[in-house]
Write a protein that binds this ligand. Structure first.
Ligand code: AHG
Ligand code: MN
Ligand code: MN
Length: 338
């Protein structure tokens, strides 16, 4: 029987049956995350109405505190997940430190890492945004969560994925058994399996990068982008340029169509010499997804999944997408083409 049309919860339960000794804790975590994403999706969809209904001050017409959407997403996920008993800590792009699950909630073995709202500068202009998540298992049995337990290599992820709030709301996730996509049917309020076992083409025709930073890149990065634009019909060049400016949206398009997304290191801001994107909250989760789809993610020198973070908000250059495209980028960055 085809699995298409299955709900996320059914899918999780089906996968859980294939794992001996599975306790259901992980399925519980994921199904609460799905509820949080439905709430965020609802808020994202009405964001454009904020001005019309006069939600301009601190308090809206319903007497509710108006929150920025990224703050709303951050708080909603925490509120929905802290009582599940399966998490010991949450790491969020919106919070400087580890957030341990406090008393009186019971704790479990998992650590959730998230970018609650990715691409948030695009909210005002009605462009797709997303939520990125990743799950690790802690090393210790109990006690306070140590920084060391959080700073794990991406290869240690138990699960990762994202929600995209676009023309449809979708969830794409992996637990290391392929990548699966679900589409939210608003009329029934369920995510149903729409993209089973997604595979990214080995090579694409799209490159996605903020080319306004061209003059801040080192010459090897510039050479690689020049190569992508140089016409060579037999080789499928020039590539097409597509850049939304929402990582989740740019990544999702390239996952389905093939190509490369990059956010290279640049010299624009001396405080961010390694580019803009965060290793734990953004790069590692998408690296796990792309690798499970047959693609590859690199910092230009080595696999993102092999990098052990030194801090929670460490930034990293990111080259991610079709395997042949990312391997070619690595060759250019090594200076193999002068
Ligand atoms: P966030 O909204 O979570 O801070 O992330 C924004 C990121 C990412 O979504 C996108 O790829 C990148 O910023 C775009 O940066 P530029 O505007 O520098 O191109
Ligand atoms: Mn982000
Ligand atoms: Mn964000």
């Amino acid at each position: 029987m085809s699995s298409y049309g299955m709900t996320i919860v059914e899918h999780l339960l089906m996968k859980q049956q294939q794992i001996p000794f599975a306790t259901g804790a992980f399925s519980r975590l994921m199904s609460e995350l799905v509820v949080a994403a439905k709430l965020i999706s609802r808020e994202v969809n009405k964001a454009g109405l904020v001005d019309i209904y006069g939600f301009t001050g601190e308090i809206n017409v319903y007497g509710e505190q108006v929150q920025k959407l990224d703050e709303y997403a951050h708080k909603t996920i925490i509120r929905r997940l802290r009582h599940t008993g399966v998490l010991c800590a949450i790491i969020s792009e919106e919070s400087a430190d580890i957030m341990e699950i406090p008393e009186p909630f019971s704790r479990g073995p998992y650590i959730l890492v998230m970018d609650p709202l990715d691409g948030s500068s695009n909210i005002d202009v009605n462009i797709s945004i997303g939520t990125i998540f990743s799950v690790y298992r802690r090393k210790e049995e109990g006690g306070p969560v140590k920084l060391e337990e959080v700073l794990q290599r991406g290869a240690k992820q138990v699960a990762a994925g994202y929600f995209i709030y676009g023309s449809s709301t979708m969830m794409v996730y992996t637990t290391g058994q392929g990548v699966h996509g679900f589409t939210l049917y608003p009329s029934i309020g369920e995510f149903l399996l729409s993209h089973e076992n997604i595979k990214i083409p080995e090579r694409g025709k799209i490159y996605s990068v903020n080319e306004g930073n061209y003059n801040y890149w080192d010459e090897n990065v510039r050479r690689y982008v020049d190569y992508l634009k140089k016409p060579d019909v037999a080789d499928g060049r020039p590539y097409t340029s597509r850049y939304v400016g929402s990582l989740v949206s740019d990544f999702h398009r390239n996952l389905l169509k093939g190509g490369i997304f990059m956010y290279p290191a640049d010299s624009k801001d001396p405080k961010k010499p390694h580019g803009k994107l965060r290793l734990l909250c953004e790069a590692s989760p998408l690296a796990f997804v792309v690798q499970q789809a047959g693609g590859y993610a690199s910092n230009g020198k080595k696999p993102i999944l092999d990098i052990k973070p030194n801090s929670i908000h460490e930034r990293v250059p990111l080259y991610i997408g079709s395997i042949e495209d990312v391997k070619m980028a690595e060759k250019y960055l090594r200076g193999e083409y002068q």
